[in-house]
Ligand binder design. Structure first.
Ligand code: NAD
Length: 282
């Protein structure tokens, strides 16, 4: 992997949740390439271990762990293993998250006729689907932070990076639970940055624009591979007129984790979005 710049993270242990996924596996690889020992956590043991194997094959230090960011016991169990395998956590990337069709309306705009049609409206979104998505993104950031940031107390050069989204600024249509949860992630990033400031633990977030990954591909491409109408709208609202590439998050990640470059930066949410959040549409 070609990194945007070199950085020395040797001697540091990094925990990455959602590390079996597209964006966070690339972050885990970059951290390992900088010399960190990386714990790759994912609900899906296979993908976490597969990504760890890739890092090992490149000569990096990594291990995959199964963990559910919504279950304290599961996180505790993974944490105990990580302490033995890699040592205390210096860097935490809270990457697990995503949307789900159960918390997605069929249409952008409601019309009264939808009530008589076979259309999933706002009124049809079930509490469990909404809670699932909200919790995955917000509680799934808070619980791993409680678990792993304890290791950071009393140690220098530790930092946390959350993953927010464009939804945190202005909600996207159809996905109210995901939007609300990412707004909560941005808010929590600021809250925790303040709370931990005097202990020297920095807390920041990335707000990626649009990257095609497992969790959103059904919204962006049809089964036959043709782009959906939503893809057209996204690209029209992204001044750079393209989706982002996973490796385009790495420079910002490394910068925010770097104590020399970003030692006085805490509580920021950095958009990496090809201009989406700057564009009014006119
Ligand atoms: P992805 O689906 O490729 O990866 C998400 C990973 O999280 C998967 O490997 C999944 O198994 C794991 N996961 C799901 N539930 C989990 C749980 N309960 N416990 C542990 N792991 C769990 O998606 P991605 O796009 O790479 O997402 C990474 C992060 O980036 C997410 O927080 C997402 O919301 C955010 N994000 C993505 C985009 C985008 O355009 N793709 C934009 C903004 C923000």
């Amino acid at each position: 992997m070609r990194l945007p710049f070199q950085m020395d993270l040797s001697g540091k242990a990094a925990v990455v949740t959602g590390a079996g996924g597209i964006l966070c596996s690339s972050m885990a690889q970059a951290l390992a390439e900088c010399g960190a020992s990386v714990a790759l956590l994912d609900l899906n043991r296979e993908t976490a271990e597969e990504q760890a194997e890739k890092i090992l094959a490149e000569g990096g230090k990594a291990k995959g762990y199964q963990a559910n960011v919504l279950e304290k016991d599961s996180l505790k169990e993974a944490h105990e293993k990580i302490l033995k395998d890699l040592g205390p956590c210096d860097i935490l990337i809270n990457g697990a998250g995503g949307n789900h069709p159960l918390a997605t309306t069929d249409k952008e705009y409601f019309s009264a006729e939808d009530l008589d049609e076979d259309v999933k409206t706002f009124f049809d979104l079930g509490q469990s689907g909404v809670e699932f998505v909200f919790n995955l993104n917000f509680i799934g950031t808070l619980l791993p932070t409680q678990e792993f940031s304890r290791d950071m107390v009393g140690r220098e050069g530790c930092s946390i990076l959350n993953i927010s989204s464009m939804n945190a600024y202005t909600p996207l249509t159809k996905i109210p639970a995901y939007s609300g949860a990412k707004a909560a992630v941005s808010n929590f990033t600021q809250w925790l940055a303040v709370h931990f400031a005097r202990e020297g633990i920095r807390v920041n977030a990335l707000a990626p624009g649009f990257f095609v990954t497992k969790q959103n591909e059904r919204l962006l491409y049809r089964e036959d591979g043709s782009p959906t109408e939503r893809t057209g709208k996204i690209l029209a609202a992204t001044p750079m007129q393209r989706f982002g590439r996973a490796e385009e998050l790495l420079g910002s990640m490394l910068f925010l984790l770097n104590e020399e470059a970003a030692g006085f930066i805490t509580g920021v949410v950095l958009p990496i979005d090809g201009g989406f959040s700057a564009y009014s549409g006119v």
